[in-house]
Every structure is written in C-alpha cells, then in structure tokens.
Ligand binder design. Structure first.
Ligand SMILES: CC(C)(COP(=O)(O)OP(=O)(O)OC[C@H]1O[C@@H](n2cnc3c(N)ncnc32)[C@H](O)[C@@H]1OP(=O)(O)O)[C@@H](O)C(=O)NCCC(=O)NCCS
Length: 179
C-alpha cells in the first residue's frame, strides 16, 4: 500500500481517527505496555522505544501498516490506537488490531466499537479492501463483543492454538466482508 497520508482524518460521531505521529510515541508505549493490553495480546513482551520507532519508520512510514490514534471528537483527547497490518493486496485483505488506554473512564463507552466500525468502512469504501480479519483470544470477551458489534463474524474457533504464560489458549478468528 502507499504510505498513509498524514492529512487523513476519519470522522465518526463521537471520535475521529488520525494517523499516528512520532510525537505519540510515549503515549502509545504507555498504552501498549499496560497490563490490560498485554494480557489480551498474542505478542505480550513489552515494546521498547527503539522497537516502536523501528515499527514507525519501517512499517508505518513505508505503508505496510496503517495506524491511527483514536481521538475524542470534541476535545481531541487521545483514547487509543487502531491499525491495519498484514495487507494482502492480491486478496484485498488486511488484519485489524486495536488497543485503548488502560483507563476505566475510557473502556466500555463504545469507543472501541465506533473505532472498529470506522476502520471497517474506511477499509471497504476508501481503501477498496474486501475483507478485514481479527485474531482474538477466546477469553477476551470485550474484544469479541466489540468486533461482533463492528461488523465481524466468527469464522473459526481454534482450540488450544497458542501457548501463553504457561497455558494453552483458544483463539477466535473473525472476518468482516464487504457485501
Ligand atoms: C477490546 C477493546 C478495544 C474494546 O473497547 P471498548 O471501547 O471498551 O469496547 P466497547 O465499549 O465499544 O464494547 C465492549 C463490549 O464488550 C462488552 N464487554 C466488556 N467486557 C465484557 C466481558 N467481560 N464479558 C462480556 N462482555 C463484555 C461490553 O459490555 C460491550 O458490549 P455492549 O455494548 O453490548 O454492552 C478494549 O477493551 C481494549 O483496548 N482492550 C485491551 C486490548 C485488547 O484487548 N485489544 C484487542 C486485542 S484482539
């Protein structure tokens, strides 16, 4: 994909999405390395600053990842990040990922669902993709519900697919298809 234009702004009702910037690094690392995010992610080692900058320069700036900051529509407070990765241009497909700040005042307010819906619409109508996928640990009820409410259907339930922190975990594969 060609690198995401920094002027893109995806407008929702309560939030908007804007491309991630290098200035977001400290904030994004704080979110990404929080206990709540790490226990729900498949890759659960803390990310250090140089790894994140490497990701920004070699994935985001090269168009291999489209990453956004989710912001409040009225006062621009940043709430979290949503991104597309693993683009398969031949198949018009990409994989979605999302994490919000580990903050009780942010979680459970519908922000994840709205961001999820915005990225589905943007992917289908602006990027011309046909399908988005998401991999969700089966125990992550909030993410499963959020994806289902954002237009994804469960396509597979893989039993004991991953070995994480000393235990086998089930993985659910979700897909959203442009009809
Ligand atoms: C997953 C995540 C993005 C969801 O964002 P959010 O803004 O809190 O989600 P929403 O408020 O839009 O919706 C959450 C839904 O899950 C439901 N939910 C939350 N916890 C739940 C639980 N333990 N059991 C069942 N449902 C649950 C909520 O009730 C809500 O559904 P409802 O609107 O029908 O009541 C957020 O929790 C997060 O960042 N988690 C940590 C990182 C992560 O898990 N990322 C995804 C990896 S695949």
């Amino acid at each position: 994909m060609k690198p995401l234009d920094n002027n893109v702004r995806i407008e929702g009702q309560n939030i908007y999405l804007r491309p991630i910037l290098e200035e977001d690094t400290d904030m994004v690392l704080r979110w990404r390395n929080s206990d709540r995010v790490m226990k729900n992610f498949i890759y659960r080692k803390p990310i250090c600053r140089s790894e994140h900058l490497d990701w920004l320069h070699n994935k985001v700036e090269k168009g291999l990842v489209y990453q956004f900051i989710i912001c409040d529509k009225h006062n621009s407070t940043p709430y979290g990040s949503i991104y597309l990765q693993n683009f398969e241009e031949q198949h018009h497909r990409a994989e979605e990922g999302i994490f919000l700040a580990d903050d009780d005042k942010i979680e459970g307010r519908g922000i994840g669902t709205e961001a999820g819906r915005l990225i589905v619409d943007y992917s289908f109508y602006s990027l011309g993709l046909h399908k988005l996928t998401a991999r969700v640990l089966a125990y992550n009820k909030a993410s499963r519900r959020m994806h289902e409410k954002s237009g994804y259907l469960q396509e597979a339930y893989l039993k004991e697919e991953l070995f994480l922190d000393g235990k086998y975990q089930d993985l659910v594969l979700y897909g959203a298809i442009h009809s």
